[in-house]
Design a protein around this ligand. Structure first.
Ligand code: FES
Length: 380
């Protein structure tokens, strides 16, 4: 069995970039949070030394870049120390942050420690809506301030804008805001509906007309701003005919490490029940886990597929879509992702989403880290 697993995995080299979710703690309460519904409590988080060991090991096995993410990574008091260590072992470092806990002094310390890039999430372009979506007062004002400091410290900036029915009308202004903030890159990321976001689908799902307009605006802006701002675009796959090749295919080009040290094929993988994920605290190396662990090999390649994926001509193009979405919507991660038009559930789900998009539900079920403690950054 092990030999079989090994031969399946051997064709996949270690990913060049790895996402490190160093904590699930977060002061924001975004209704589309992409972290798993069951969060790791702070007491389970890897210690500073354990994260340093992980960083050294990643550099040794050929990883070039790490994204410090969460939750909110700046909630960890040792972030500067971790960035310094990553930099010392030769890793390019990106900070994915909501920015609301940062002071100029701490950002400057991070830059001095070797931080290479900052990505700040925005919930809109004006305080009323942006703060309501984030569930955090003055969040928008703080984000603008930190974006300004980022550029003053000469760090490259990416604006991440998570889009949905309640803020898509602000897209032209979000593009302009990215220019005004001197960002290099804008991610126009439509909400993906699994994890916590699934609970808020009725309040977030855009209409087809909104999405068509969004696509038109992105295409127009890409052309107009060539060489000035690159724009990444993620569409909600409910309105697609083909599902997305999620994570580039399960266990093919991506892994992340959870706050408690689990090595995961995607940030939502723990939502799939019945899979056991190996930890960096185990006796196995990260390279071994990537190549040999049962969880990575379960949905690698095409051997696990059922019909209609099994005989589909696109099976090696989209790998049946997203395993987490398939599990969330059908109860079996080995089913075809219902975002695919060939899934027997596609029509039902599309029609339901269309009805929700035309509905009046605008209230959010907020996400919060109940029971988690959030240290103020000036304790750091
Ligand atoms: Fe887990 Fe798509 S988010 S496979």
């Amino acid at each position: 069995m092990l030999e079989k697993q090994r031969s399946t995995a051997e064709t996949f080299g270690i990913p060049l970039a790895v996402l490190l979710e160093i904590t699930h703690r977060c002061p924001l309460q975004c209704p589309y949070c992409s972290n798993p519904v069951e969060l790791d409590r702070s007491g389970k988080e890897l210690t500073t030394d354990e994260w340093k060991k992980v960083l050294s090991e990643l550099a040794e096995i050929g990883v070039l870049q790490v994204h410090f993410s969460g939750g909110e990574p700046t909630a960890r008091k040792d972030l500067v120390e971790l960035v310094k260590h990553a930099s010392d072992v030769g890793l390019y470092t990106n900070l994915i942050t909501s920015a609301v806990l940062l002071t100029r002094e701490r950002l400057s310390e991070l830059a001095d420690a070797g931080l290479c890039h900052v990505q700040i999430s925005f919930q809109g372009v004006e305080e009323g809506l942006a703060d309501r979506v984030a569930g955090y007062r003055n969040a928008h004002r703080k984000k603008l301030e930190v974006a300004k400091w980022t550029r003053e410290l000469d760090l490259p900036l990416t604006v991440n804008a998570v889009m949905h029915r309640q803020n898509l009308h602000q897209l032209p202004d979000i593009i302009q805001m990215s220019i005004d903030l001197d960002a290099d890159r804008l991610e126009v990321a439509n909400v993906q509906y699994y994890g916590w976001a699934l609970k808020n689908r009725a309040a977030l799902m855009p209409t087809v007309a909104q999405l068509d307009e969004c696509t038109r605006l992105v295409e127009e802006a890409r052309e107009r701003l060539k060489g000035r701002l690159s724009i990444d675009y993620v569409v909600p796959d409910y309105y697609a005919l083909r599902p997305k090749k999620c994570m580039g295919g399960w266990g093919r080009q991506f892994f992340n490490i959870s706050p408690a040290g689990k090595v995961l094929p995607c940030h939502a993988a723990e939502s799939i029940t019945g899979l056991d994920f190996e930890s960096v605290r185990s006796n196995h190396s990260i390279a071994w886990i990537w190549q040999n662990s049962e969880a990575f090999n379960r949905y690698r390649g095409t051997g696990w597929m059922k019909e209609p994926c099994k005989s589909c001509e696109f099976r090696e193009i989209d790998f049946g879509g997203c395993r987490c979405q398939a599990f969330a919507l059908t109860g079996d991660a080995a089913n075809t992702d219902p975002a695919c038009a060939l899934s027997p559930l596609h029509e039902t789900i599309f029609k339901q989403a269309e009805r929700e998009a035309e509905g009046e539900t605008n209230r959010f079920l907020y996400r919060n880290f109940a029971g988690g403690t959030l240290e103020p950054e000036n304790d750091a």
